[in-house]
Design a binder for this molecule. Sequence first.
Ligand code: HEC
Ligand code: HEC
Ligand code: HEC
Ligand code: HEC
Length: 230
Amino acid sequence: MKFVLKAALLVLALCVATSTFAARAPKSAVFGSAHDFKTQLGGASYTLCNFCHVAHKFGSAPVGPGYLLWNHTLSSVASYGVYTSDSMRSTPTDLGGQLVVSNLCLSCHDGTVAINSWYEGQAAANFQPLPQGTLFMPDDTTVRDLTKQHPVNFVYPDATTAAAIGIQPAADQFSVDGNGNVPLFQGRMQCATCHDPHAGPSSGAHLFFRTFPSTPAQTLTGTSCVYCHL
Ligand code: HEC
Ligand code: HEC
Ligand code: HEC
Ligand code: HEC
C-alpha cells in the first residue's frame, strides 16, 4: 500500500515537472499566421515554406546562402547599430553584413527588401506566382534601428556573469532551457531566441513568441521577460 502511494506521488511529481516544459510549435503552425504568405498572397503552386526556405538551389539562381536553405533575398543594409548602456555586460556586434539568424528576420523586417523577392523564385515559369518586388514590410513593423530594440547578436552571459547580473544561466550553447524552447545560436542570443517564426495562432502563440517554460514569477507578471531576468 505504502509503495502504491509512493508510486502515485512520484507520477504526480513527474506530471508537475513535465508540465513546466512547453513543447516547441510544429512547423505547420506557420499556416494561417502573419508569415503565411501563400494564403495571404494567393501563392498558387508555391509551397508556404518556400517564401523563406527552398530545398534546392539550382541553375539560374545559385546565389544566396546555403544557411538554413535560405531563399528570401537578404538585405544589404550595412549597419543597424547596437544597443549599449552603463549596466549591460554583454557586447552585441552589428548585424550589418553578417550571416546570422537575426539577419534572416531582417531580410524582411528591415523593410528594405520586398517580401516576394527570392533567390530561387525566378527559375521555372511555374515557380513565380507573384510579380517580383511589389510588396514591402509595412512601416509600423520595420526593425531597422537596433540601438532601440532588445539587444541581440551577443554571446549569452556565462554562468558566473549570469549569476552576478540576475540572468537565467544557459543550459548549454544551444538553448537557455536545455530543450531548445529558448534557443541560442552558437551561444548567442538572437531574434529567434524570443520568437519562433513558425509559431502561428494555431499553436497558441501570440506574435510568434517561443513557448517559454513557465515559472511562478512569470504567471504573476504575465511575461516571458522574468524567465530570463531573475
Ligand atoms: C517567414 C519565413 C519562414 C517561413 C514561411 C518558414 N520558415 Fe522555417 N525558419 C525561418 C527562420 C527565420 C528560421 C531560423 C530561426 C529558427 O531557428 O527558428 C527557420 C528555421 C527553420 C528550421 C531549422 C530550425 C528548427 O526550428 O528546426 C527548419 C527545419 C524550418 N525552418 C522549416 C520550415 C518549414 C518546414 C516551413 C514550412 C512549413 C518553414 N520553415 C517556413 C523562417 C521561416
Ligand atoms: C519573408 C519575410 C519575413 C521573414 C523572413 C520574417 N518575417 Fe516576420 N513578418 C513578415 C510580415 C510581412 C509580417 C506581417 C506584418 C504586418 O502585417 O504588419 C510579419 C509579422 C511578424 C510579427 C508580428 C506577428 C503578428 O501576429 O502581428 C512578428 C513578431 C515577426 N514577424 C517576427 C519575425 C521574426 C522574429 C523573424 C525571424 C525569426 C521573422 N519575423 C521573419 C515578414 C517576414
Ligand atoms: C527579448 C525578447 C525579444 C527579442 C530578442 C526580440 N523580440 Fe520582437 N518582440 C518581443 C516582445 C515582448 C514583443 C511584443 C511587445 C512589443 O511590441 O514590444 C515583440 C514584438 C515584435 C514584433 C511585432 C511588433 C508589432 O507591434 O506588431 C516584431 C515584428 C518583432 N518583435 C520582431 C523582432 C525582430 C526582427 C527581432 C530581432 C532584431 C526581435 N523581434 C527580437 C520580444 C523580443
Ligand atoms: C532569453 C532570455 C531573455 C529574455 C526572454 C529577455 N531578456 Fe532581456 N536580456 C537578456 C540578456 C542575456 C541580456 C544582456 C544582459 C547583460 O549582458 O548585461 C538582456 C538585456 C536586457 C536589457 C538591457 C540591460 C542593460 O543593462 O542595459 C533590458 C532593459 C532587457 N534585457 C529587458 C528585457 C525585457 C523587458 C524583456 C521582456 C520583453 C526581456 N528583457 C526578455 C536575456 C533575456
